[in-house]
Design a protein. Structure first.
Length: 116
């Protein structure tokens, strides 16, 4: 895949990012981070840029961990649903075979009655 060099500005500092991602995606990430840092700095003007960056990093790490846990939970639920579905399909197959057996038995009994 192609490497892209993307120039971004975060809180007044320029960075060159080398990535395989779409440049627009990286620029949007930088805008998001810069915006969050500005909000934190505006709320507490005594913070340095580094302190704001650490707080944003902690917030993003927290969001990432929670999203990962949520995704893991959804995967587990889907796995349970798939197992339930497979079990239900097996039960349906067993019930179908039983219905077919009973229909044959009914047919046999009707034929015996018809012969008498």
């Amino acid at each position: 895949m192609n490497k892209n060099k993307v120039q971004v500005k975060i809180c007044g500092s320029s960075y060159t990012i080398v990535t395989e991602d779409d440049p627009e995606y990286v620029e949007n990430l930088a805008e998001t981070i810069s915006g969050e840092m500005k909000l934190i700095c505006n709320a507490n003007p005594t913070l340095s840029t580094t302190q704001a960056a650490v707080l944003v990093a902690l917030d993003e790490a927290d969001a990432c961990k929670k999203a990962t846990a949520s995704a893991d939970n959804l995967r587990a639920q889907i796995k349970d649903y798939l197992e339930d579905s497979a079990r239900a399909r097996m039960e349906v197959d067993v019930a179908r075979r039983e219905v077919e057996r009973l229909n044959r038995e009914i047919s046999d009994l009707r034929n015996k009655l018809a012969e008498k």
